[in-house]
Ligand binder design. Sequence first.
Ligand SMILES: [Zn+2]
Length: 479
Amino acid sequence: MAIHFFNTLSRRKEEFVPLVPGQVRMYTCGPTVHDFSHIGNFRTFVFEDLLRRYLKYRGYAVTQVMNITDIEDKIIRKARQRGVSVREVTEPYIQAFFEDLGRLNVERAEHYPRATEHVEDMVALIRRLLEKGYAYRSEDGSIYYDISRFPDYGRLAHIRVEELRGGARVRQDEYDKEDVADFALWKAWDPEDGEVYWDQYPDLGKGRPGWHIECSAMSMHYLGEHFDIHTGGVDNIFPHHQNEIAQSEAATGVRFANYWLHAEHLQVEGQKMAKSLGNFFTLRDLVSSNNPSGRAWDPLAIRYVYLGSHYRSKLNFTFSGLRQAESSLDGLKSFVLACREVRLPGPPEPDVAALVGGTRERFVAAMDDDLSTPPALAALFDLVGEVNRRLVSGRLNQASAGLLLDFVEEIDRVLGLRLTEQEQPTPEEMELIARRQEARRHKDWATADRLRAELASRGVILEDTPQGVRWKIDRKQPR
Ligand SMILES: [Zn+2]
């Protein structure tokens, strides 16, 4: 079986064939660091993490590049408003971004280039475009890309060329399909830019690069002129990714990226997320109690919400959905704990091995089909349900439980939910748990309840099951 991805370029699923067997080079558009990233941004970043993890699971060596946009219209505006340097605006948000990725258990990419450190590459690319006649200088000294010179312009975004308006120009980095026009590669210095400019390239003039040229220059720097996969959110398709293709392919004469994958939007309670609607959340709002639920959520429950719907469907984020995700995650963690507690001797049972094998096949088939996480998770839950029935009747031995734990660990390399990395109670807490068990044996319910409450206040939640007591550690929210 081969992996298939939906390619935005062709609007259909295509078999994935990398340029170099066994290796994948992919570029993922990163954050613009003028603020904390919101939960819609993180949907895309978690999708890219899933893609990366799955390619690795399937045996590919992955080289991933994610840019950090640290120079851009909004950043400059913020620096001027606050009277500080661009770096003073961006640095705290860059740090925050990496903290947030860590919370969501997103694996690190191989490279996180910052735009301000690659201006040289962008200048070189703009020069190539000028030499080849794809770029021109406007009256104000800015350099624009001439979209009429690139016959394929509009293909990724599915805009017909005859709809293009000749001669229109757009200076800002983000604009709509209706405003399709020549776009700025190099923006001549403007008093609004304050102290932000590069003036060491006399042929370009005092100014700064546009946003789109950044990703063309940095992807080629790290991945070469032709690479495998380029991803982002659907809002990147136009104009950003369309412009990247136009710039790159015009300059090099070769195809830029083979596969374009895009994550759909996230809505909140059925509506577009907007500050004005009060439904705009950063990850920080959800993992602190600064949100309408008043609860500090486990970031991995948020990750579960993302995985719970296919990346190409609109995701409707709701607090009830988040609660469900939390309980699904708890179910998986309890399953791991239960398997760890099994002590029954004997060799691995063949039907358990067959169950694991069948589940792996379903999981891989679903993920090979354009990373279809909902059926992949369903396969895992079917296995959990089946094994739980055996656990209740005490029909699972330790060797089989070991097989199951290995399997959960294996597929969690893809899911990234830290299912087998659970915190254990401290020795002192283990002692309290043992004393409570002792009190229960003597039917001393008052002492048992007091010890249970004491453990809960430390974040150790006990659950009495037919197989004995189980615990869950939740240090952030003692109940
Ligand atoms: Zn980009």
